[in-house]
Design a protein around this ligand. Sequence first.
Ligand code: ZN
Length: 362
Amino acid sequence: MKYITLLMIGYFFVSFSNPEIKNNTSKTVFDFSVWISADAKRTNESYTEEFKKYKDGGIDEVLINTNTNPKLLSRLVPLAKKEGLKVHAWIMAINRPGDSIALQHPDWYQVSKDGKSCFDNRPYVDYYQWLCPTRKESREHVLHLVEELAKVEGIESVHLDYIRFPDIFLPISLLPKYNLVQDVELPQFDFCYCDECVKAFEKIHHKNPKESHNTSIDMEWKNFRLNAIKAVVDDAYKIVHKQNKQLTAAVFPYPEMADHMVRQRWDKWNIDQVYPMIYHSFYDEEIDWVGYATKQGAADLEGKKTKINTGIYIPGLKNDAELKEAILLAKQNGAIGVSFFDGNALSESNLKTIKETKASLK
Ligand SMILES: [Zn+2]
């Protein structure tokens, strides 16, 4: 993930290149995957070279952001599979910057508590262009894109990223970058107060959130938004399973944290696997926090079918010893794999460490 100009996968801002399903029957002891972004202009040879590099470094799977382009994905799947890699179709789901269809419908975009639409007034960064998860037309648009990716032959899963609301609280290490203090929920970062959301909420709760004394302690309004995201995920699950694929997602570190920061409660979703982005450096945490957050998520999923792959932010690691430690902490605390952000950040030395650590697990 990259910071305002960075992050992505979902996380939130990471550079814009800014987050599966695995077949449990063919799963190795512990899976290694990497998030990458594709460019249609690159040649097949160039991709084959990149995929070979990952495979040689112990990577088993690639999560590819094609900017929601099923055609490009169809071209890359056989290339990756030829090198022995499984492929996941990574999609920026609710935040859809530059979506040429959505941009024709200004009313599809989320509206902040202070009445401004993401269509032309973006919170934090220009690529924050969030669609309303409640409005029929915008959610159907997102689900249609999910279906088109799910139809691509040979993929393991459709991998949802940015499947949440905009950050009501940014990770602590990013606040200075925006010169922000976020001690309370600020209206310009609080979404979605569009007419459709207000109408749907009023239908259930007989009150208007815009007239709430304090929306930050209004549990029904919070829960309404958690459920709006869950409903999109649960519908996506049915769609991708109809295509015999799985549903996976890049999510915030653990459920309570995801709820607090971005109104995302992934332990309640109908989904096959989650990839919590346990990017310790975003939160000024140390490497042991990778184990802490993985354990918390695994405990919250106990008894459920959803499995965890710990997301590791490569630029946040001090050295290869930390990389090895992060992998071992993920495994010891209940993850079935790790995923690295991102492919471009992986050095030769990182790949050597990954391969050696993988061999030590057997
Ligand atoms: Zn809305």
